[in-house]
Write a protein that binds this ligand. Structure first.
Ligand code: F6R
Length: 260
């Protein structure tokens, strides 16, 4: 066993709600800690069903506890391509609805890849996204979900530790998961612009949230399996500040000593 390798800290919760509240608390703590030092906080953010409860709780904290996003910059992992930001399926719209429209963020601090960019301009757009990230300093806290292919962001199998923001084709299993959830006529594109694994791993602190029995197998492969580009989330094992928050169902395939 490699003594330098630190397993991510794993916390298992009674249910999805308490796990999501814990994720929101971690995000809020980073915002408050940076605020106390009169510094802005840079957050890496995910969308998806898993995050709905987290953003709901952050909005509640804003309204009831006075949590301010005035000095927060948000960088989302990904956006479908092609995709208009005004399309209700876009991650732009999802983030606006769940979080940004309900808090005191400065709109110029909200960043997502642009799904409108022309094919020939994608590489330059991806470089510009990474540049904008660097100009804000490192990501203080990254909130991640995990797909059933092991993707973080849309880093599907084959995405190595050095990958950066780029255009990807979604894995067949992700396309199937999307198709199952889509209303007729609202199918999602097969491509997306996503931050790379390397981009994500540069964050100072990372929280991975996974909820539900359908995530159990991939959570176990990501946390207990080999660190390999077949499962992009397995690279989180190599980061020294990762906390994994799970509900009981998502933790159910982990070996007993990790289930807490
Ligand atoms: C979304 C993203 C994805 C999702 C993952 C889980 O921005 O980057 O990695 O976090 O697909 O999605 P849900 O939460 O819908 O199961």
């Amino acid at each position: 066993m490699n003594a330098l390798r630190q397993r991510p800290l794993i916390r298992v919760f009674e249910n999805a709600r308490t796990a999501a509240l814990a994720a929101a608390r971690r995000v809020a703590d980073v915002v408050l800690e940076r605020q106390a030092r009169r510094m802005s906080a840079v957050l890496g953010l995910a969308t998806g069903a898993t995050m709905v409860g987290v953003y709901g709780e952050l909005v509640r904290m804003h309204r009831e506890d006075g949590l301010s996003f005035a000095h927060v910059a948000g960088f989302n992992l990904d956006e479908y391509w092609p995709m208009d930001p005004n399309d209700s399926r876009s991650y732009h719209k999802v983030m606006a609805k769940l979080l940004w429209d309900q808090v005191d963020v400065n709109p110029s601090n909200v960043h997502l890849p642009d799904g409108r960019v022309a094919a020939a301009a994608i590489d330059e757009h991806c470089l510009a996204y990474e540049r904008a990230l660097r100009q804000n300093g490192d990501i203080d806290h990254f909130l991640l979900g995990i797909g059933r292919t092991g993707h973080i962001g849309f880093n599907e199998p084959g995405s190595g530790a050095g990958t950066r923001t780029r255009l990807v084709r979604l894995d067949e299993r992700t396309l199937k998961d999307n198709a199952r959830l889509a209303r007729p006529g609202s199918e999602l594109p097969e491509h997306a612009i996503t931050m790379g694994v390397g981009t994500i791993l540069e964050a100072r602190q990372i929280t991975l949230l996974a909820l539900g029995a359908h995530k159990a197998e991939i959570v176990s492969r990501a946390l207990e399996g080999p660190v390999h580009d077949e499962v992009a989330a397995s690279f989180l094992q190599a980061h020294d500040n990762v906390t994994v928050l799970l509900d009981k169902e998502a933790a159910s395939a982990l070996s007993p000593d990790l289930q807490g």
